[in-house]
Write a protein that binds this ligand. Structure first.
Ligand code: ADP
Ligand code: MG
Length: 634
């Protein structure tokens, strides 16, 4: 058997493993049921991909999202490894062929959604496969104590019955004790090997400050620590707002949110990664796959929805081991904001019923029908048609997706129409002198007969295949032809695709999942409450609070968080004396506001205010009409 490190080098060109990867791989190779808890970006995929490559046979991977599956299959294919995903929109006969390939075609990976396991054909074929490993990615989806609960994940035990001698690896980044317990229980793990590092980050100082003027405070922090920073804000508008504020203060800043085009995202990311811009101001859409080692500060202008999200976002700081800061700026409006943002948008059962019924009429699905019907879906039009709030409606669709009523694939798909608007004679003359368009144009003409006469919907993927060019090259050529007034081109985008995976039964369909919807809504409320408790609790070490949430109880105060630092300060009044001297020295250079003093002197604002008050009382300083402090010379 080939050694794991050789496989790592050959296919991935990496020279060493990340923490715990090798131990996990060895346990899997030993045939153990294995539980792997690694942070996001910790390299979980390799933990099942390498053992599967080392052994004969095929690895079955359960994954919750089509986009994730497609992405991983693509990456494996790029390395010359045979892998496939059974996504929605596959006909029965295609499915039949694909599964045969898994049995006879030397495929190494078969990616499945848990819903697929319910299909008898799939079960029958899996029984015949030479399976070397079952991998359950994003395994927290099996637990109702996680916010991504997908009841269909409970189907996975079926795989156990189909392949009783094959071991299972479960992978997740979610560390809540009740979630971990659910995973091992639901997957029938007996005596599993559990790999889980402590979440303690000794170089990370968790800070929570009460602050009315958050922008000013951010400016101060970033001028004190002139190093790479991420600032998380509540919405897209704020990313622009704060980035331009910082720019006006001579701090290099860029921004990121889900509404940017791919080119913009790449450009902004590039500026930040290469340290051309110190600060990335972003919504929580930013972070996947970020592994920048030298991030010094992560600042939250607004509260995240849960401790889980916070820990993940804060964890992007200090990867190089240098001391780093995760700062939350809070004030009295935050509790209301966080509730409006995350709790008001939770759809109640009745609303989900309404959305489901409208969805069925929108696609004209009759009662009892609709199973495995796929439709292009324009989300905005749907919301407008029925006057739905877009965020509530979107969340309702996610609920339907997680509960296997529909599959929502957000893969953006171009809906393209073309018509040729010059005569065929003129077109062929043109091609004589423009050979570079020849193959593409002729492929289109062959596939679409009436394209000179009327506007025709074309299939980019098929044309690209026929003409042996990439889709993006094809789009370039179409744009070129349009600009030369040879064709009309309409590159409209549809939002998404929806596949119904249960026959329409109106309210009955939703009643079956009503208790899950309610339980998950309640969970979200608890998560927000835990987040608020964390920022409000000023007595227990911040690091200890976070670790306790993840079930780590046996830890000591970190000594560097805002609580620990404040505790130390209180014990040391002699520090105030040296602070007094520093302030006097500073004021000898001229009059200053308390803000200016705060930017120059390393001390808490509270302490500075205390000392200023004392100096005023002792007539050593005075306040000028412009609210600055000046020394009273004696
Ligand atoms: P996770 O699923 O844990 O979030 P992934 O499996 O997607 O993480 O891996 C995250 C990134 O880390 C990927 O880009 C992957 O190629 C990279 N990676 C994984 N293992 C290693 C390694 N041993 N050395 C360097 N990079 C690695
Ligand atoms: Mg992963």
């Amino acid at each position: 058997m080939e050694h794991p490190i050789n496989i790592l080098e050959r296919y991935w060109k990496f020279t060493s493993f990340k923490p715990n990867q090798e131990a996990i791989i060895n346990a899997v190779l030993n045939g153990e049921d294995t539980f792997a808890l690694l942070p996001t970006g910790g390299g979980k995929s390799l933990c099942f991909q390498i053992p599967a490559l080392a052994k004969k046979g095929i690895c079955i991977v359960i994954s919750p999202l089509i986009a994730l599956m497609k992405d991983q299959v693509q990456q494996l294919n790029n390395k010359g490894i045979k892998a496939m995903a059974l996504t929605s929109g596959i006909s029965y006969s295609q499915l039949d062929t694909l599964l045969d390939n898994c049995i006879y075609g030397n495929y190494k990976f078969l990616y499945l959604s848990p819903e697929r396991l319910q299909q008898e054909l799939v079960q029958d074929r899996i029984r015949l496969m030479h399976v070397n490993l079952i991998a359950v990615d994003e395994a927290h989806c099996i637990s109702q104590w996680g916010s991504d609960f997908r009841p269909a994940y409970k189907n996975i035990t079926l795989l156990r019955q189909l392949q009783p001698s094959v071991n299972v690896i479960a992978l997740t980044a979610s560390a809540k004790p009740e979630v971990i317990e659910d995973i091992t229980k639901e997957l029938d793990f007996i005596n599993p090997k559990i790999f889980k590092q402590s979440f303690y980050r000794p170089n990370l100082a968790y800070m929570v400050y009460h602050e009315e003027d958050k922008y000013y405070r951010i400016e101060t922090i970033l001028k004190k620590y002139k190093a790479s920073s991420i600032i998380y804000v509540r919405n897209r508008k704020l990313t622009l707002d704060l980035a331009s504020f910082l720019t006006s203060k001579n701090i290099g800043a860029t921004y990121y949110h889900g509404g940017l085009s791919n080119d913009e995202k790449d450009a902004h990311m590039g500026d930040w990664v290469a340290n051309r811009k110190q600060v990335m101001v972003a919504t929580n859409a930013f972070g996947m796959g970020i592994d920048k080692p030298d991030v010094k500060t992560v600042i939250h202008l607004n509260l995240p929805e849960s401790i889980e999200s916070y820990f993940q976002e804060a964890g992007r700081v200090g990867r190089n081991g240098d001391k780093a800061f995760a700062v939350i700026l809070k004030n009295n409006s935050d509790a209301v904001l966080v509730k409006n943002q995350f709790l008001k948008v939770l759809p109640a059962v009745d609303f989900v019923k309404q959305v489901y019924r409208k969805l069925c009429s929108y696609f004209q699905i009759s009662y009892g029908e609709g199973e495995y019907v796929t439709n292009d879906f324009d989300f905005n039009t749907f919301c407008k048609t029925y006057n739905f709030s877009s965020i509530l409606c979107y969340n309702a669709l996610l609920i339907l997706d997680r509960n296997s009523v529909i599959t929502l694939s957000k893969q953006f798909k171009n809906k393209v129409t073309v018509q040729f608007i010059i005569s065929s004679g003129a077109l062929f003359n043109y091609l004589e002198t423009h050979q570079e368009f020849n193959i593409i144009v002729k492929s289109i003409l062959r596939m679409y007969g009436g394209i000179f006469d009327h506007v025709t919907k074309i299939d980019l993927k098929r044309i690209a295949e026929k003409a042996s060019v990439t889709e993006s090259k094809l789009i370039d050529v179409l744009h070129e032809l349009e600009s030369r007034e040879i064709i009309t081109l309409n590159l409209a985008k549809t939002d998404a695709q929806i596949t119904f995976i249960q026959p329409r039964e109106d309210d009955k369909t939703i009643n079956r999942i009503a208790s899950i919807i309610e339980q998950q809504n309640k969970l979200k409320q608890q998560q927000v409450k835990s987040m608020l408790d964390y920022v409000e609790n000023d007595t227990v070490c911040k690091s200890m609070q976070l670790l306790a949430y993840f079930g780590e109880k046996d830890v000591k105060p970190c000594g560097i968080c805002s609580v620990c630092v404040a505790n130390k300060k209180e014990k040391a009044p002699q520090d105030l004396k040296s602070l007094k001297n520093s302030i006097i020295e500073l004021l000898k250079t001229g009059e200053l506001s308390s803000r200016q003093i705060h930017t120059t002197i390393e001390a808490s604002e509270k302490d500075i205010k205390t000392v200023l008050k004392l100096l005023l009382e002792h007539n050593m300083i005075t306040i000028t009409p412009t609210n600055t402090y000046t020394l009273i010379r004696t």
